[in-house]
Write a new protein. Structure first.
Length: 176
């Protein structure tokens, strides 16, 4: 049992097994403290037991409990844990690093490419198609001006469009 009724943040932190910074967080959440910064040990201990220990979930069988205040949805909220779950944090970091390495390998294998490169290539294809299709009118106008048979005009236009489409199917993007 403690003989002093008022203690410092450092002392209460040591007694509760938490950091001094965690004590500051708990004060912001309502842990009783005097204006001079001293903490009533008995009131602080009662507040801690009611507000923090009551929300503790066991970490593992036979081990000390780890403070945790998880919201109903399971998403992180204002965590009351003295420190983040180290194992979970490390697992997330390692997964992110593995995902990044996997993506980089796929990129090196040319399974992925940059969006900007795709946009440049498609832009070049559109310009080539536009240029080739517009050339049809200039090329065919003199030939069709003397033709009077509608079926022959249609066949000539279709043949020229097919030729333009064949050319475009062999189009290669300019490599910058």
């Amino acid at each position: 049992m403690r003989t002093k009724s008022y203690v410092s943040k450092t002392q209460i932190a040591k007694d509760l097994g938490i950091s001094k910074g965690r004590v500051t967080q708990l004060i912001a959440k309502g842990l009783p403290v005097r204006e001079d910064g001293k903490i009533d040990y008995r009131k602080a201990r009662q507040w801690y037991e009611a507000n923090i220990r009551g929300k503790v979930k066991p970490h593992a069988a036979g081990s000390e409990a780890v403070e945790r205040n998880e919201p109903q949805s399971g998403a992180p909220e204002d965590d009351d844990a003295p420190r983040e779950d180290f194992t979970g944090s490390r697992a997330r970091r390692e997964k992110a690093q593995a995902d990044l390495a996997e993506f980089e390998l796929a990129r090196l294998r040319h399974e992925y490419c940059e969006l900007a490169a795709v946009k440049r290539m498609l832009g070049g294809l559109v310009v080539a198609a536009k240029t080739r299709l517009r050339a049809i009118a200039n090329k065919m106008a003199p030939e069709l001006a003397i033709e009077t048979n509608p079926a022959a005009i249609q066949a000539a236009i279709e043949a020229e469009v097919d030729e333009a489409l064949t050319e475009l199917s062999h189009w290669e993007p300019e490599v910058a």
